[in-house]
Write a protein that binds this ligand. Sequence first.
Ligand SMILES: Nc1ncnc2c1ncn2[C@@H]1O[C@H](COP(=O)(O)OP(=O)(O)O)[C@@H](O)[C@H]1O
Ligand SMILES: [Mg+2]
Length: 322
Amino acid sequence: MTRRAYDLLVVGELNVDILVKGDVEPVFGQVEKLVDSLQVTGGGSAAIFAAGAARMGLRVLFASVVGDDLFGRLMLDLMRDAGVDVSHVVVDPELATGSTIHLLRDDGDRAMLTDLGSIAHVSHDLVDADWYNDVRHLHVASPFLLERLAPSLPEMMRLANRAGMTVSMDTNWDPAEEWALPGFYEHLDVLLPNENELLALAGKTSLEAAIDAMLEQVPVLAVKRGAEGALGAQGQARIETSIFNVDVQDTTGAGDTFDAGFLAAWLAGGTLHQSLVLGSACAALTMTQVGGFNGQPGWDEALALVESQTPEHAPGLRSLVR
Ligand SMILES: Nc1ncnc2c1ncn2[C@@H]1O[C@H](COP(=O)(O)OP(=O)(O)O)[C@@H](O)[C@H]1O
Ligand SMILES: [Mg+2]
């Protein structure tokens, strides 16, 4: 294949998360209460994935739309800092950049308030037809959350296949719990759900049955199993990897950062096993810091973790680095 200008094309939302911590119930009647902390972070699984992939050295082209506002500028800054090409992101002065306030209680419960804003405007129109020939791989993140983009995704994936691109998808959760993805699977090279999502997508109650059912539609599965680790499936092969032991601070974006590490190895020619290990290392490292964009490693840091806890995988992974 001729060398293409980018490794990855990602289309998705750029939105801000405002995390408010403290055992405080908001009270109307203009009551002001003090909280323990308030933090503004970048959100959106496609964005967290793209940033993680860029930190792992992949050349990432990101298509999206933001408002001409502080949150939009913040998101573009975060993406640029990670090394993502956001030069084609549309800045629409008519829109507010999407944002969510998360009220986080000490007991682990949370309440969310979301202004969809620009998120509802992510569509296939943001993608230039020429890009299909300039990029090696298309990654689809959270199709159930992108209502306007979702109906175009099978066609996007078909165009990607036709242009010689490979395609992966992390479905994430379906808030409607319908789990219908008609016309999606036939274009996929890799599907990266978590375990609960896989069970729901396959309509099965056991992991084995769900894997067998999905492998009839998709050639490779990388299943994220939280603290149980990850499981890869391809043909008759089943590969289980365990987690890296780290000081977990926040699990936001762990699955998306897993996807980034997985594809960094996969696109470098790594085996399924190597890709699972690198994905797990990247996920573990992002968990050591609060916020999905924080703690995402580059190759050196990911390899150092692999070397320290599963040294048998280090030489093989190191040989993949360009
Ligand atoms: N406690 C943990 N310590 C270290 N790594 C973890 C831990 N929990 C999950 N991981 C890693 O993060 C990956 C993704 O997390 P998971 O919660 O399964 O995905 P998702 O965020 O998509 O639900 C897992 O496959 C595993 O490799
Ligand atoms: Mg996920």
